[in-house]
Design a protein. Structure first.
Length: 430
């Protein structure tokens, strides 16, 4: 067995929640390592829908343990709501969920600051969820953040809250005494889940147990490697798994990337293959492309092999999962972007300059659609020939094996490609 990282290979919303849920049965622990409750991982089991924002998708497996690492920023209100929501669905987190005492906190003033900043940007806005994630990471890097462990220190908590409210000039909207009482009470209530997650994970790996590392967002939203400044505030690539959990890189055996059979993006920023016509609307409608966290409609476009090849390089992907194949079932023709045309030159690599990317025009190859139902198909050989050809074409273009194909939202609607590297690590057929 192996310790694996799951990363999004596009702009997020690739279906990581379903794949983590699928793989969890073969791991002892699932660990989330970055992001906040702006992420929304959707899992459908026997027709029942679960949307998780902070807690790893593995919590839906009764015998598994889950960890939220130090790289995650945590809104105590959101965490409590998620724990309570799972309890109402008959899923207990007690004794199974471990929250890093080194994780930084999202508090009321972070949400107000982010909302105000987005409003001031006007047309130049980033398109954030305004849940306070970015400002919390700013405080972390500015060395003025509050961490989970600070919730148990009333004097430090009260003092830092007053200082931060003054610095951010939100004293009219935020009463420091009220915020202190709320944060301290939540900290006391949630303290049963707080732990040294780095010690917990490394200790379990020492004992031979396996960990599945669950990322949020996607590679193209990574603060260092994404379409800056239209990115998230954390390391959404495989490298973030180590810094965000306290587990060293030599303990990781592989990285599995998740990509849709097409491409979507939420928020602002360049999107070369975006379809602003009836086809884009058709994909959105077929794929129910609306944010799990915000409900915002996602921008839709064709599969971009430049983007996924870039993700393969940045994350050193061992294997790739393709989700939402069934969304393309009714397409007569399907296009795949193989390069960008910029001022007469053909670019095969992903450009760092946002201004250049905004002017790039995709170079496409067109393949014939299969126009047959793939939804619910559970064997690669049962796929239409044109659908198999499409999967093989994508694999060739991004130079990565495709080990899993998802043909529907339910856990059971999944194809395991024979002889894949992932299947050698994880007995998915069992």
């Amino acid at each position: 067995m192996a310790n694996l990282i799951i990363v999004g290979a596009q702009w997020g919303d690739e279906g990581k929640g379903k794949i983590v849920d699928l793989l969890t049965a073969h791991f002892d622990i699932v660990a989330r390592y970055q992001g906040g409750h702006n992420a929304g991982h959707t899992v459908i089991i026997d027709g029942r829908k679960y949307v998780l924002h902070l807690i790893p998708s593995g919590i839906l497996h009764a015998q598994k343990q889950c960890a939220i690492g130090n790289g995650v920023v945590i809104d105590p209100i959101a965490l409590k709501q998620e724990i309570d929501g799972l309890a109402a669905a008959g899923i207990s987190c007690k004794g199974r969920l471990f929250v890093s005492n080194r994780a930084h906190l999202i508090l009321e003033y972070h949400r107000l600051v982010e909302k105000g900043d987005e409003e001031r940007r006007g047309k130049a806005r980033i398109g954030t969820t305004s849940r306070g994630i970015g400002p919390a990471y700013e405080d972390k890097m500015g060395r003025r953040g509050l961490r989970v462990c600070d919730l148990s220190d009333p004097d430090k908590l009260r003092r830092h809250l007053r200082e931060n409210i003054d610095v951010k000039q939100v004293g009219v909207a935020v009463d420091p005494d009220r915020l202190f009482e709320s944060a301290h009470a939540l900290g006391t209530e949630l303290s049963v889940y707080f732990a040294d997650v780095a010690e917990f994970l490394n200790g379990n790996i020492d004992e031979g147990k396996t960990v599945l590392f669950e990322g949020a967002q996607g590679t193209l939203l990574d603060v260092d490697h994404g379409t800056y400044p239209f990115v998230t505030a954390s390391s959404a690539t495989a490298g973030g798994a180590c810094t965000g959990s306290g587990v060293g890189p030599t303990r990781i055996d592989g990285v599995v990337g998740i990509a849709k059979a097409y491409t979507t993006r939420v928020g602002e920023g360049p999107f070369p293959t975006e379809l602003l016509d009836e086809l884009g609307e058709r994909i959105r409608r077929n794929g129910q492309e609306f944010g799990a966290s915000t409900g915002r409609p996602r921008r839709c476009g064709w599969f971009d092999a430049v983007v996924v090849s870039y993700s393969r390089m940045i994350n050193n992907l061992s294997s790739l999962v393709i989700t939402k194949m069934d969304v393309l079932d009714d397409m007569e023709e399907i296009r795949v972007c193989t390069g960008y045309r910029y001022k007469g030159s053909l670019l095969r690599s992903f450009p760092p300059e946002i201004e250049v990317l905004a002017q790039c025009r995709p170079e496409y190859v067109t393949v014939k659609g299969w126009q047959q139902k793939t939804a619910g198909t559970k064997s690669f050989d049962e796929l239409p020939v044109a659908a198999r050809d499409y999967i093989n074409r994508l694999s060739d273009l991004v130079k990565t094996e495709i080990s899993v194909v998802s043909t529907g939202p339910d856990r059971s609607e999944t194809i395991i490609t024979p002889g894949s590297r992932l299947a050698a690590w994880v007995p998915l057929g069992g």
